[in-house]
Write a protein that binds this ligand. Structure first.
Ligand code: PLP
Ligand code: COI
Length: 338
């Protein structure tokens, strides 16, 4: 295995082992680790016809003292349970989820990138309806799997500021599935993202679909802003995914950096008042946003297009410092694997 850790992008690289558990007759089997990366399904499997699938995203980090850890996996397990309930899928128990994550990472330990390389081992738990369905109804059988892949930065150029546009597409309906990690949310975002790229933007900044006046999130990350008086704010909405990174950053802002941090509704017409903006998520970590374009109206944040703003940089350094074992973590945030 020859991997150029420093030049990895965010793509799939096959690792040696994955975890599989099957749900049948109302119960999960014991689960196992396998080297087989193929999934074989009936042509009418629920996932293929009615997109009954959901996923999670997390990372394993190599710490400064050579350990391998992951970050708040209990929250991923809980969020997947919420997602499964919304999609009429069976839930995978939290303790088994965490054990399975640890087992897969241990078996792929050589793929956990070295400390300081800028790369991490992405962990992808997912579940889908596996038996044939014809009428629109939930499947009776499911597969829960976890694979891993070493990854670099989600956005090319790493910490260089990106540009968002406000699209003419919505991501989530008021009583829809925006708050859970359903595969369907991502399928319907593909057209908007391809179109954004064609027009020269990195990502879409979605608005709330009910009024199209409030900032929500992008297709794969939450958003934070920094006000001119150094308050960290993030949109409050029932239709965005409750990002674990965002929840952690709000805590870091308050308890590590001594800043005010607030979740509140944020109007698109007030973003010109803010001095910094960034996307946050497991894949995105904390990616600075330099500019937002809303139908010809450009907002260039004072932090500019060359480097992250000062608060964004401090948040980034503190969060990644906690994840890599350089800064003491709050109780329960770090789960040691090896
Ligand atoms: N929002 C969306 C739509 C996402 O897909 C993700 C990625 O998981 C996030 C936000 C960030 O969430 P987290 O920080 O839990 O990875
Ligand atoms: C993550 O941050 O883990 C995600 O799932 C975002 C994206 C790759 C869909």
């Amino acid at each position: 295995m020859e991997i150029d850790w420093k030049n990895l992008g965010f793509g799939y690289i096959k690792t040696d082992y994955r975890y599989v558990s099957n749900f049948k007759d109302g119960r999960w089997d014991d689960g196992e680790l396998t080297t087989d990366d193929k999934v074989v399904l009936n042509e009418s499997a629920g996932v293929l016809q009615y997109a009954q699938t959901c996923f999670e995203g997390m990372k394993a980090y190599r710490t400064v003292d050579g350990k391998v850890v992951c970050f708040r996996p209990d929250l991923n397990a809980k969020r997947m349970i919420d997602t499964c309930k919304r999609l009429e899928m069976p839930t995978f128990p939290e303790d088994r989820f965490i054990e399975a994550v640890k087992a897969v990472v241990k078996k792929n330990i050589d793929y956990v990138p070295p400390y300081g390389s800028g790369a991490t081992l992405y962990i992808r738990p997912y579940m889908f309806g596996s038996n044939p369905v014809m009428g629109v109804k939930p499947a009776d059988e499911y597969q829960f799997r976890i694979f891993t892949s070493p990854v670099g930065p989600y956005f090319k150029g790493g910490i260089k500021p990106i540009t968002l546009r406000v699209p003419d597409f919505d991501r989530a309906a008021p009583l829809g599935t925006g708050h859970v990690k359903a595969g369907l949310n991502y399928a319907m975002s593909l057209h908007a993202i391809v179109d954004a790229h064609k027009q020269g933007y990195n990502e879409n900044m979605y608005l709330d679909s009910a009024t199209r006046t409030k900032v929500e999130e992008t297709g794969g990350a939450n958003i934070i802003f920094v006000t001119k008086d150094n308050k960290v704010i993030t949109p409050k909405s029932s239709t965005i995914l409750p990002s674990i990174t965002r929840r952690s950053l709000m805590y870091v802002a308050k308890h590590y950096l001594g800043l005010e941090a607030e979740e509140r509704e944020i109007r698109i017409d007030e973003i010109g008042n803010f001095k910094e903006c960034a996307l946050c998520g497991t894949a995105a970590v904390l990616s600075p946003v330099g500019k937002v374009v809303d139908h010809g109206k450009e907002t260039l944040f004072p932090s500019g297009m060359e480097k992250p703003g000062e608060i964004t940089q401090k948040l980034y350094d503190t969060l990644t410092g906690i994840q890599m074992g350089k800064i003491e973590a709050p109780e329960g945030w770090i789960c040691e694997i090896a």
